[in-house]
Design a protein around this ligand. Sequence first.
Ligand code: NAP
Length: 397
Amino acid sequence: MDGQKVYVENGVLVVPDEPIIPFIRGDGTGPEIMESVRAVIDAAVSKAYGGKRRIHWKEILAGEKALKETGELLPKETIDAIKEHYIAIKGPLTTPVGGGYRSLNVTLRQVLDLYANVRPSRYFPGVPSPLKHPEKVNMVVFRENTEDVYAGIEWKMGSEECERVRRFLVEEMGANIPEDSGIGIKPISKFRSQRLVRKAIEYALKKGYHTLTLMHKGNIMKYTEGAFRDWGYELLRNEYSDKVVFEGEGERTEGKVFVNDRIADNMFQQILLRPDEYGVIATTNLNGDYISDALAALVGGLGLAAGANIGDYHALFEPVHGTAPKYAGKNVINPTAGILSGVMMLEYMGWMEAAKLIEDAIVRTFEQKKVTYDLARHLGIEPLSTTEYTQALIDNL
Ligand code: NAP
């Protein structure tokens, strides 16, 4: 294949001018979305660099297509390809509720140690919102991506393992657990909490966010959620004391990040009532999953919510939403979340000019009231199809 590999040299990620970027089409609406994503990225890169830079896309398989072609849902070659190329992008993959296989998304994040799930929510003018002042929303969630109840340590009610764990907890630890319980474990570790908070503060400093909030449910789960908060503060005090101001110890100061913490339930009302007081939110896995969907709803819904899974060097970009199966093959789905994930990827690659072109094109396209069904239904206008909307974006680059 033409193109060069992205590599790491002296601790720095190096992106050649013609990098190979693996992509996963995904299930349900995934293939339509990824088609649009690649078309818009290619057009923006060509416009920004006039042929000097170009992405060489390499398809890798996961999900239903992988099962059909290889007999496996997540072939080893797919994981190896992301390891080898460092940067990849994916469409959503199906995860059955309750039984069947473990989430492929969760597996990918854990196997590749992509410990920070980064989910920005910002407002694009003209997008319908339930808020009076949605322009005040500009928050980025840093969700811990490898532990918490997502670690997959759980036992089914009635199974032998579950009964063994239950008996241990009841007989040796004095816990009160009814016999007809399923049991799950929530591990939160110091190292993983601190590396997540480090990524979040680095991002806040680099991007000029005024506030970093540690979101947790430490009033109830003291040794997991509460510890996350304590370890976060400890890291910030030890490594960033000259760059931050802690709430209760000083005023907001130009050039420094204001650091506070909020209990998870409170945080949900804060983002509705006082969105402009928040910037970067660092939190545990489950909290982060919940709050990022709530934030997405404030600024246009899941059709606009971008995401990235980032490790020390490796990064896998993907929209927050799932496969939206009822729209599969109908050419109606909103590809913007995927495209904005592509914008995050271009920024991660250092291709800022192409990223900016796409963001500006999205603003222009919304101003022209060219939107897909999800936004059109709130605006009371005729929707564009996925392909028409994609073309409108490309025309607006
Ligand atoms: P979903 O696929 O995100 O869809 C839920 C609803 O959100 C859709 O019915 C649609 O709302 C709206 N929506 C989602 N994506 C949209 C887009 N691009 N444009 C416009 N609207 C969009 O959630 P789900 O139905 O709970 O999950 C379906 C499958 O996806 C499950 O198997 C789940 O496990 C999986 N999933 C995968 C990922 C991932 O790959 N990272 C993430 C989440 C879920 P309306 O019906 O109101 O139009």
